[in-house]
Ligand binder design. Structure first.
Ligand code: ADP
Ligand code: MG
Length: 294
């Protein structure tokens, strides 16, 4: 490899808002033939909207939202931001939280006004022995419609559910097309979200291979599986839940502006402006650089 070509490549990327942390990263992205994408905040805008609130036990919708938002105020997940925004629209006053815990790929928990509150998905509730049976049918309907629905519990009892919707980034489809054109033969989406929401977004983004309900560890193992097939694997993500997969890929790419610091630190390449088209730009730059090298 000629250091001059590498330096020129890294410099030109920097001018376009792409931080390439090493020469090796630039070479690897030039060789990539499998790219795995996270969904939320990567292929989608990650700017979710609350589309509905279900409630149980004669509680008010407002109360479900208030308890959920109190916890989510301490999470940086895109879904959390949407729940907090909805509570602000209703001018709810959010109480303080003790013992707040993030469960990546699952949900959040903490003490709100002395009550143990959980917000998260079915698996998270099942693990904690909280039944979601009363809202299961509604949740399945929401998921089939491409929504993400998270449950809310207080003191071990299901009290409601918040439905949210996200939008695919307008540039996602074209970016996927460009990558295929440049020889990235394997493109897949990895998400912790449900299958219904995952498939709807994948269809819009032009991605045909979808792995839904993937734990952070499952994302990591998926990367290992692609590596074991002899592919040069790139992973594109933005969340804490993507960090293990970003590290284990040959080249990890973080969507830096809207994503978490942890993802940016785990990655080899950081897209500073959250423009997914830059993933195709940097792949093309990598290929060009390799041609100069040889
Ligand atoms: P993605 O892979 O799409 O970025 P994550 O792995 O971050 O998604 O999250 C997967 C699922 O975990 C979400 O769809 C949601 O059900 C649940 N989840 C994650 N973070 C939170 C949170 N802060 N509050 C509630 N649920 C959450
Ligand atoms: Mg994400």
């Amino acid at each position: 490899a000629t250091p001059t070509a590498i330096m020129a490549g890294i410099g030109s990327a920097a001018k376009h808002g792409i931080l390439i942390k090493s020469g090796a990263a630039l070479e690897q992205i030039g060789l990539v033939n499998a790219l795995l994408f996270d969904k939320t905040g990567t292929l989608t805008e990650g700017k979710l909207q609350v589309t509905g609130i279900a409630r149980l036990h004669s509680l008010k919708q407002e109360e479900v939202l208030r308890l959920a938002a109190a916890l989510e105020r301490h999470s940086e997940h895109p879904l959390a931001q949407a729940i907090v925004a909805a509570s602000q629209e209703q001018r709810l006053v959010l109480p303080d939280v003790d013992s707040f815990v993030v469960h990546p790929g699952n949900g959040v928990s903490g003490l709100v006004e002395g009550r143990r509150v959980l917000v998260g998905n079915r698996r998270f509730f099942a693990e904690r022995g909280v039944s979601t049976e009363e809202l299961r049918h509604l949740q399945e309907e929401q998921e089939k419609a491409g929504q993400t629905a998270v449950f809310v519990a207080s003191e071990g009892q299901l009290i409601g559910m918040v439905s949210l919707a996200d939008r695919v980034r307008v540039e996602s489809r074209e970016t996927i097309g460009r990558l295929r054109l440049h020889g990235v033969g394997e493109i897949a989406m990895l998400t912790g979200d449900n299958r219904g929401a995952a498939e709807q977004i994948a269809r819009q983004a032009g991605v045909t291979t979808v792995y839904a309900e993937q734990f952070p560890e499952a994302k990591y193992r998926r990367v290992e599986e692609y590596r074991a097939r002899g592919l040069v694997v790139g992973m594109v993500g933005d969340g804490i839940n993507d960090a293990p997969a970003l590290t284990s890929a040959h080249v990890g790419i973080a969507m830096g502006a809207g994503g978490t610091q942890i993802a940016a630190e785990a990655a080899d390449i950081v897209i500073m402006t959250d423009d997914i088209a830059k993933v195709a730009d940097v792949a093309e730059l990598g290929r060009k650089t390799l041609r100069v090298i040889r």
